[in-house]
Design a protein around this ligand. Structure first.
Ligand code: CFN
Ligand code: HCA
Length: 537
């Protein structure tokens, strides 16, 4: 069977009619000949009882966005499980620096009010207030985060009032997040709640201007396995100063002054677009969508950043660094390409990596046949235009607006968003003045499948149909595919590896993928589709 023969209705056939009808809207096959982008249903409620990979609002707020701020002590207000299971598994690394001594790093620790039955019945406000007093006395943090779990909203504890009173007692910022797990339909709601509070309570409260000719903030980069450090190494080499990341290896001490930077880079758009937008509105700081996953993607990104400043010296230095880094990694990449070339993969992750890693896999000669997100919104799937890149001064006259607002909920054709005719848009894309419209669908191979909120049944069925060589998953679906004789790589936390970003990260990734593909263990398992019924029993 070729990729284009795959029939989604047949895959869903065993489901009950109501579920089938629902799930059909979340799966789209790429058809390059159709010319337009089809719509996908996304960011809607998961079918109850289906085995989803999704997490909750608390996970998105505490686990993803605010937890990595290393010098803030983050308290989970709730029964112990939520704090325990969001402790350390994401591998968002942090280290000491000029603004943060070792005894002020709390992101590796786990703090919880450990609510018991009597607290749920009689209320947990007193317990929370007491805990704040205790952590201040023992740890002396600069600032505290308080994240709510489901029962807190249900019993009506007033986090705002407890935090305000404690701020008055202790004279430090105590920021609360009403990110009860049931809010919204996934982690995505928690990202938004965290973004609002970081913007409201942190950014712009500092008075120090970050020194540097070209100061960047790096939004939507969480330093998983050291990703941000590899990117910063290259950016600093070129001559940029990174004011702060959001939020990998970041500190309250520097987030306060982020409003003094020249440009915001946005790596994971899904989790942080709200702050990028708000900073542009409030402080006039433009933002640029970037991608440091994949060698070609990194090179394009470095060139785009340099073009934003338009300094000839900076542009020349960018080319020098690209040349030097490429020379160092190309022989190694070529070695691993021999193992990876022609192989196929699936990738299911949260809200941005399933698109970004398509580029790195292509650098290795691999193709992604099925790609899915847990909780992305429609524009992440259907695509959005990359910020127009001005290739020369003369070109800039052709573009009405340099920074284009992404439409996070509804799809509108890019030429309309850029306020120009379709002909003008096509002309600018063809001449290379505008970058192309990018996203999972536009960048996907023809016949490939794009899937939202995939469940275990669909994952298994798609594996049977496509028989990929490797699958990139999270912890929940990893072992399902192992049992099918398929090697999997954890693409949330990279198992125990990383960084995977930029140039050196691409080599580490290539090595890990090549190892997975050539491990003999997988050949010793016979996948069910190659077994007879009696063997399967
Ligand atoms: S580091 Fe990011 S890149 S922040 Fe987001 S959407 Fe999660 S924790 Mo897991 S790996 Fe994943 Fe993305 Fe942005 Fe990570 S793809 S699901 S909420 N994610
Ligand atoms: C989260 C965090 C997570 C979980 C990974 C997984 C991460 O969404 O709560 O399900 O394997 O990257 O740690 O996405």
């Amino acid at each position: 069977m070729t990729m284009t023969d795959v029939n989604i209705d047949e895959i869903l056939a065993p489901m009950p009619d109501k579920v089938k009808k629902n799930r059909r809207k979340h799966i789209v096959k790429k058809d390059a000949s159709a010319g337009c982008r089809p719509q996908i249903e996304a960011n809607t409620r998961t079918v109850p009882g289906i085995i989803t990979q999704r997490g909750c609002s608390y996970a998105g707020c505490k686990g993803v966005v605010v937890g990595p701020i290393k010098d803030m002590l983050t308290i989970t207000h709730g029964p112990i499980g939520c704090a325990y299971y969001s402790w350390g598994t994401r591998r968002n690394k942090a280290r000491t620096d000029d603004s943060t001594p070792p005894d002020q790093i709390y992101s590796t620790m786990c703090f919880s009010t450990d609510m018991q039955e009597s607290d749920i019945v009689f209320g947990g406000e007193k317990k929370l207030a007491k805990m704040i007093d205790e952590v201040v006395e023992i740890f002396h943090p600069r600032a505290i985060n308080i994240c709510a779990t489901c029962p807190i909203g249900l019993i009506g504890d007033d986090l705002g009032a407890v935090s305000k009173a404690a701020e008055e007692r202790h004279g430090i910022p105590i920021i609360h997040y009403n990110c009860e797990g049931y809010k919204g339909v996934s982690q995505s709601a928690g990202h938004h709640i965290a973004n609002n509070q970081i913007m409201e309570r942190m950014i712009g409260t500092g008075t120090e201007k970050v020194d540097g000719k070209y100061v960047l903030n790096f939004l939507g980069e969480y330093n998983i396995g050291g990703d941000a450090w590899e990117i910063e190494r290259v950016l600093e080499e070129i001559g940029y100063t990174v004011g702060s990341t959001l939020t990998g290896d970041s500190a309250y001490a520097t987030i306060k002054n982020m409003h003094t930077a020249h440009l915001n880079l946005v790596q994971c758009h899904r989790s942080i677009n709200y702050i990028a937008e708000m900073m542009e509105t409030k402080y006039g700081i433009p933002w640029l969508k970037v991608n440091f996953i994949g060698i070609d993607a990194t090179i394009d990104t470095l060139r785009d950043i340099a073009q934003c400043f338009g300094d000839k010296e900076l542009i020349a230095r960018t080319e020098l660094v690209i040349e030097r880094e490429l020379a160092a990694v190309t022989p190694e990449i070529e070695r691993y390409q021999k193992i990876c070339r022609g192989k196929t993969a699936f990738i299911f992750v949260g809200g941005s990596r399933s698109h970004h890693y398509q580029f790195l896999l292509r650098n290795l000669g691999m193709e992604v046949m099925v790609a899915g997100y847990e909780f992305a919104h429609r524009d992440d799937y259907e695509g959005r235009e990359v910020i127009p890149t001005i290739k020369s001064d003369a070109d800039s006259k052709n573009i009405p607006e340099l920074h284009v607002k992404p439409d996070t909920e509804m799809y509108r054709p890019p030429h309309l968003r850029l306020k120009m005719s379709q002909e003008k848009y096509d002309e600018l894309v063809a001449s290379g003045v505008l970058n192309e419209y990018r996203g999972m669908y536009p960048d996907m191979v023809n016949g490939g499948i794009m899937i939202d909120d995939a469940n275990h049944f669909e994952t298994e069925e798609l594996v049977k149909v496509f028989k990929p060589d490797l699958i990139f998953t999270g912890i929940k679906d990893k072992y399902v595919t192992h049992k099918m004789g398929l090697p999997s790589k954890q693409i949330h936390s990279y198992d125990y590896s990383g960084p995977y970003t930029c140039f050196r990260g691409a080599v580490t990734f290539a090595k890990d993928v090549a190892h997975s593909l050539s491990t003999p263990a997988w050949k010793m398992i016979t996948p069910p589709w190659e077994q007879s019924i009696t063997e399967q029993r």
